[in-house]
Write a protein that binds this ligand. Structure first.
Ligand code: ADP
Length: 360
């Protein structure tokens, strides 16, 4: 027979656990005032409970993180939902440490009784990531210059060989050129990812014809691809407010993927249509498809659904970058997929990021 433990005991045991836990724990009342901090928190801050209670602890948040931090908490609080955030907190030795906090509403049956949260010191991880980002930014930047000159000389060499009718060697040089292009694209992706993580991926907005861009991409890619026919069905032209080069990058990525992941197929279809809100572009292929179990991860950084033995080149950054560019435009990117039938969709609102009002 299961013996029930009095509620009071459970509370006392939880309190004992909180006091001895290595993570920092806090509790706030229904007015957002924090009234409890465990020993780990007070040790970290070098403060007394009285000093930290109410709003006292806010003095420990890094000034640059304060507004965002309070905003995340207040938004979660107003909706009574769990939240997660990272911020810098002042330690007793005078240094700021990156902290990851998870907060959750305390619901007694359905009665709301405040919030409880736990915090972990993630400074080491954040520093490692910053160092990695810095390294990637420097490495990819340094690689760009020599690659550009290799590309130029490869082109000149190809033209000379072509002129001399040395076609066999010209074909080899053409292959070198293609590999240099691939390397350049990979480096561009790495640079973009570092820009995303440092928040410096800048957009240059203008009004432009999005449908015409889709047509252009279809034509340009057709001129470099022999394995597939790129069939474009683009409906009435419409202007959107967006970064043309970045949206071109998204479309090129979607079409390249459609080609790459349908090696047995002969055709890729690009469609575009407009409604009152914006333009949707679709890119359809008849390739290997994406397994149901992996669908939720497809836009994650470095995620690849394909196994190494499939031997498809790539590093799993393209769709992550596409989703970030789309987010900047307040658009949407999604897909439907089964073997032999995959379609990626990109929706861009007509006035995506508050551009000037334009009359058509
Ligand atoms: P990469 O192609 O460089 O691996 P992406 O970020 O563009 O990176 O794509 C992530 C993963 O999504 C790919 O590795 C692949 O497994 C899957 N994927 C993307 N597009 C398609 C597609 N059209 N058909 C099947 N799988 C796809």
């Amino acid at each position: 027979m299961i013996k029930t433990v009095p509620r009071q005991h459970i509370h006392e045991n939880f309190k004992l656990m909180a006091e001895n836990a290595p993570v920092m724990i806090w509790i706030a009342d229904t007015e957002k005032n924090r009234y409890y901090f465990n020993k780990a928190w007070l040790d970290f801050r070098g403060k007394t409970l009285e000093e930290e209670c109410g709003d006292g602890w806010l003095a420990g948040i890094h000034p640059e993180d304060l507004r965002r931090s309070v905003h995340i908490f207040e938004e979660a609080f107003s909706k009574r939902i769990a939240y997660k955030k990272e911020f810098r907190l002042l330690r007793k030795d005078g240094t700021y440490r990156w902290i990851l906090t998870h907060g959750a509403p305390i619901l007694n049956d359905t009665r709301f009784e405040g919030y409880i949260g736990s915090c972990m010191d993630i400074n080491y991880r954040v520093e490692q990531e910053q160092q990695k980002d810095e390294f990637m930014a420097i490495a990819s930047h340094e690689l760009k210059t020599p690659l550009t000159s290799i590309r130029i000389y490869t082109e000149l060499l190809y033209q000379n060989l072509f002129h001399d009718q040395n076609m066999e060697t010209a074909q080899m040089v053409l292959k070198i050129g293609n590999q240099v292009d691939r390397l350049t694209w990979l480096i561009k992706e790495m640079l973009d990812v570092t820009r995303i993580s440092t928040g410096s991926l800048k957009m240059t907005y203008e009004y432009f014809d999005f449908s015409a861009l889709a047509e252009e991409v279809a034509e340009e890619m057709q001129s470099t691809v022999e394995s597939h026919r790129i069939q474009a069905c683009i409906q009435p032209h419409v202007q959107v407010w967006g970064d043309k080069d970045r949206l071109r990058q998204v479309l090129v990525n979607l079409v390249s993927n459609a080609i790459k992941y349908s090696p047995e197929a002969k055709q890729v279809d690009i469609g575009a249509w407009t409604d009152a809100d914006g333009v949707t572009v679709s890119v359809h292929d008849r390739g290997i498809g994406i397994p149901d179990t992996l669908k939720s991860k497809i836009f994650d950084r470095f995620f690849r659904a394909t196994t190494q033995d499939n031997n498809f080149p790539g590093i799993g950054l393209g769709l992550y970058i596409c989703s970030e560019i789309t987010r900047h435009h307040k658009g949407r990117i999604w897909f439907e997929s089964k073997p032999g039938d995959t379609t990626f969709f990109l929706f861009i609102p007509i006035r995506s990021v508050g551009g000037p009002v334009k009359r058509y």
